[in-house]
Write a protein that binds this ligand. Structure first.
Ligand code: NAD
Length: 475
């Protein structure tokens, strides 16, 4: 297979040309057998595996992502996704007969899963391969042709991803364009059949507005503030270890990172000590900070996080761990804040960095009210052993997903839907849920013999009126 790699920020004309190729080829792609789709998924993984070292190098150059974490959170996650899809695809793609009911006697009905057509996948930088290729795998499984746009912030990785796509796919099946906002804006003008966007809530609204003009369906995997509630029955030491890991991996640049903690006031001091220890244990010295601790993707983001810390401090918050920011070096120390005033910016906007504000509560309703006063979170983390309290929090607080006594790890399950609600997103991904986003469930009906139909059509004689009455009463 050969097609030319597009230069960074391609022209509108070349984007249109790629789109036309995908559109023309979509009816053929839709007809691909399950076997042919699986072959493509295998080829994609084989190429990713072949380029494993290049991916590690690129992600190090982009934001000093530790190579071990490239293996675990990018390559392994993709492998699991492909495995789950290969296992289920035959069943998911099969037409499914459904009962028509007595009123439709004489007919048969079935659902035919069909590819939506040409789809757009736009991804952010924080997991630059996973968040582009995981939806790609679902779209290929569904039989779509795909336009990909990775983030401009992780340009080294985007280049390797472009080369992988070029090596595996015919550009009429999958095309990748690099570039920033300008390129994304150009793409959003095109009449796609579905748009799958992962990124910030603000840009999610722009994508949805563009989709409304076509119109086409959207999947919006967005972000927000995912709270942690710690009740008095929690094992504080064990909870702190899990929260510290979840908050500091990727330097807090995870859509489901614990954004802030709501801890029962009786446990606050114990928690602060346990978190300090857990953070120090993860990154015990300068060497481990240099090798294992990720950088913030861009000075602009480091500066934004610095601004959040400064604002909180100015309003009276106490820094009990960390607080140092090297904007040009893109390094933010693991930071804990207490006594954070509710009107601080850090309790209003998504942090997306390694800073953890801690707020206390006395009664469960205070914690519930605090979260309900903010947009619906992507994840809700509940730490505690008292089941009745956990159940109450689940029932009274909405969120995209819930994880009990752990954080972040739930998103790796290929059996759980992953997605938000309200401002944290629309639709889901992972396993069959991702497949469904790219699939149109076509309702199929065939009249086999006359059935009741003619007996219920005009002219409405007395006999027919009686029959209608029977239908209403008994069917
Ligand atoms: P972003 O919204 O700034 O960018 C995401 C993508 O949108 C990029 O490819 C970018 O080029 C493009 N884009 C930016 N501005 C655009 C515009 N005006 N019009 C069209 N496209 C535009 O997000 P980011 O900074 O890359 O990532 C961080 C955000 O993503 C956080 O809010 C985080 O919570 C969220 N996120 C969500 C998930 C999830 O699965 N729910 C996963 C990762 C990140």
């Amino acid at each position: 297979m050969s097609h030319q790699l597009l230069p960074v920020s391609p022209s509108a004309a070349s984007i249109h040309q790629l789109f036309e190729g995908l559109k023309e080829h979509a009816p053929e792609q839709r007809k691909l057998s399950v076997k042919a789709r699986v072959k493509r998924l295998d080829a994609l993984y084989a190429e990713v595996w072949r380029r494993r070292d290049d991916l590690k190098r690129a992600m190090w150059d982009d934001f000093q992502k530790p190579p071990q974490e490239v293996d675990l959170t990018e390559i392994f996650v993709l492998k699991q996704e492909i495995k789950a899809i290969k296992k289920g695809l035959k069943t998911w793609a099969r037409p499914q007969r459904v009962p028509g009911g007595l009123s439709l006697i004489g007919s048969s009905s079935w659902i035919r899963p069909e590819a939506k057509g040409v789809v757009l996948i736009v991804s952010p930088w924080n997991y630059p391969m996973q968040l582009l290729f995981r939806p790609l795998v679902a779209a290929i499984a569904a039989g779509c042709t795909v336009m990909l746009k990775p983030s401009e912030y992780t340009a080294h990785t985007a280049q390797v991803l472009a080369e992988i796509v070029e090596a595996v796919f015919d550009p009429r099946e999958v095309a990748l364009v690099q570039g920033g906002v300008e390129t994304a804006t150009e793409l959003l003008q095109l009449p796609f059949n579905h748009m799958f966007f992962t990124g910030s809530p603000d840009v999610g609204k722009i994508v949805m507005a563009a989709a409304a003009k076509i119109p086409c369906s959207v999947t919006l995997e967005l972000g927000g503030k995912s709270p942690v509630i710690i009740d008095p029955s929690a094992n504080i030491k064990a909870s702190a270890k899990r929260i510290a890991w979840a908050k500091l991996s990727n330097a807090g640049q995870i859509c489901v990172a614990p954004d802030y903690i709501l801890v029962h006031e009786s446990k606050r001091d114990e928690l602060v000590e346990a978190l300090k220890q857990a953070m120090d244990a993860l990154y015990p010295n300068a060497d481990s900070i240099a090798q294992d601790y990720q950088r913030i993707v861009h000075p602009r983001h480091a500066e934004r996080i610095q601004g959040l810390i400064t604002d909180a401090k100015e309003r009276g918050a106490q820094v009990v761990q960390g607080g140092e920011v090297d904007v040009q070096g893109c390094e933010v120390a693991p930071t804990l804040l207490v006594d954070v005033p509710v009107d601080s910016q850090i309790l209003q906007e998504e942090i997306f960095g390694p800073v953890l504000p801690i707020v206390t509560w006395k009664e469960p309703e205070e914690a519930i009210a605090f979260i309900r006063a903010r947009p619906t979170p992507l994840a809700l983390y509940l730490y505690g052993k008292k089941r009745s309290l956990t159940r109450r929090f689940i029932e009274e607080i909405s969120s995209g997903g819930v994880s009990i006594n752990n954080s972040v790890i739930h998103v790796s399950s290929t059996d759980l839907p992953f997605g938000g609600l309200g401002s944290s997103g629309i639709g889901s991904s992972n396993g069959v849920y991702g497949f469904r986003e790219f699939t149109h469930y076509r309702g199929m009906y065939a009249q086999r013999w006359a059935g009741f139909g003619p007996a219920l059509m005009p002219p409405y004689t007395q006999r027919k009126s009686r029959l209608i009455d029977i239908v209403l009463r008994w069917l």
